[in-house]
Design a protein around this ligand. Structure first.
Ligand SMILES: C[S@@+](CC[C@H](N)C(=O)[O-])C[C@H]1O[C@@H](n2cnc3c(N)ncnc32)[C@H](O)[C@@H]1O
Ligand code: SF4
Length: 371
């Protein structure tokens, strides 16, 4: 009799999507639905002129093999899309091959790695192809060795270009390989003149697409590097990029035009920011997982209360926990995101004329000023 009741309760739980928590209270099941953005390590082998690392250096930390096991069993089974390397360099982390194997064993259908290309040797490239990596993003930001050296400080132009070209050839030689190569170019006054020729260069290298992005202003000095302060120049460059992409017949992402007048940031740090607008993190079910296991609903909320730590609490509990649920309710139901000054990742068309949308939260918000 007890067994029969147990079976009915179990099947009801499955239908309703509930399961018993260790303390007996019910929580909803988390399926494979998370877009996980994560870093295995906090470190990088170079120092780009425009990187946040010029404003602040994260304490060195790399996940351990034991922690990777926790990811494989209690995090990855909930992940639908995985992006390795948000704030660091992924390909110089020694455990990257094991991390890719763990992600594939756990059945994650889509994996992207973003890299500076310095460690993309033929051996590393083979590992990526063997794991059927879906997208390899490589940041180049230049078409000449001089500009590259000024921006991507510490990287070797000849080596990185050789690495990308060799990886594209290796992929093309494997008929089953589907890895797409996506090149990044952060547009700033230092490299704007090279942006149009980057499209043909990328195609010739064997890449599949190019993304041009606005500069995120990380320091006061960088304010003068951003093209948003010169809308005529920015918009004429963007239209040249669109024309060139059409002529070359190559997939290219170009930012929205900048309005003719810009609302400058007045310098007064916000006390309690609350952004009103569309939130990609809430819509797409993001979790940003730091190298120490701490989780936030978005990378831009690191100064706010975290969801918790996946090395202490299963992701499914964190997901349905009060922090994440109140963030999601606010963003999806009420349309405002507490703790967020502006979206920094997908600038809403209504915000393209607001300087604050392009500025690191550290520069605009009191609670983030120490980050
Ligand atoms: C922080 S990096 C981490 C991944 C890897 N190390 C790389 O360079 O691609 C991710 C991307 O952000 C870009 N990035 C860095 N600083 C930026 C800034 N201030 N504004 C816009 N993009 C930036 C990099 O060029 C790269 O394409
Ligand atoms: S390679 Fe990436 S993480 Fe490293 S300094 Fe450059 S932008 Fe930052």
């Amino acid at each position: 009799m007890a067994t029969a009741i147990g079976a009915v309760v179990r099947s009801l739980s499955e239908v309703l999507g509930w399961h018993a928590r260790r303390n007996g209270s019910p929580v909803r099941n988390l399926g494979r639905e998370i877009y996980l953005l994560m870093d295995l390590s906090t470190t990088c082998d170079i120092l780009c002129s425009h990187c946040f690392r010029n404003a602040y250096t994260p304490a060195p930390r790399t996940m351990t093999a034991r922690e990777l096991e926790v990811l494989e069993t209690s995090v990855f089974p909930h992940v639908d899309r995985l992006a390795f390397s948000e704030t660091a360099e992924a390909l110089h982390v020694r455990m990257m091959p094991e991390a890719l194997s763990a992600a594939r064993r756990a059945g994650i259908p889509f994996i992207r790695i973003q890299s500076n290309g310095t460690h993309l040797s033929p051996e590393v490239g083979k590992v990526l192809l063997d794991h059927a990596l879906n997208v390899l993003g490589v940041s180049l930001d230049a078409v000449t060795p001089e500009t590259f050296a000024r921006i991507r400080k510490g990287a070797d132009w000849e080596q990185v270009v050789k690495n990308v070209r060799a990886f594209a050839r290796m992929r093309d030689a494997r008929p089953e390989a589907r890895t797409r190569i996506a090149l990044n170019f952060s547009v700033m006054v230092q490299n704007a003149a090279e942006a149009p020729s980057f499209i043909r260069f990328a195609k010739e290298l064997g890449a599949d697409s190019v993304s041009f992005t606005h500069l995120m202003i990380e320091t006061e000095e960088m304010r003068s590097w951003s093209l948003i302060h010169d809308p005529v120049r920015a918009n004429s460059l963007f239209s040249e990029l669109r024309e060139e992409a059409e002529q070359v017949a190559f997939p290219v992402l170009v930012p929205e035009d900048v309005p003719s007048t810009l609302k400058p940031f007045d310098g007064a740090l916000l006390e309690s920011p609350c952004y009103h607008g569309p939130c990609q993190a809430a819509r797409e079910k993001w979790v940003y997982l730091m190298a120490d296991g701490t989780c936030h609903p978005c990378l831009n909320l690191q100064d706010c209360r975290p969801m918790g730590n996946v090395f202490e609490t299963p992701l499914s509990e964190l997901w349905f926990g009060p922090r994440n649920q109140s963030f999601r309710r606010g963003a999806l139901v009420s349309g405002h995101v507490e703790g967020c000054d502006h979206c920094k990742i997908f600038i809403d068309p209504s915000e393209t004329g607001n300087e604050m949308a392009y500025m690191a939260k550290r520069l605009t918000t009191r609670s983030a000023a120490n980050l």
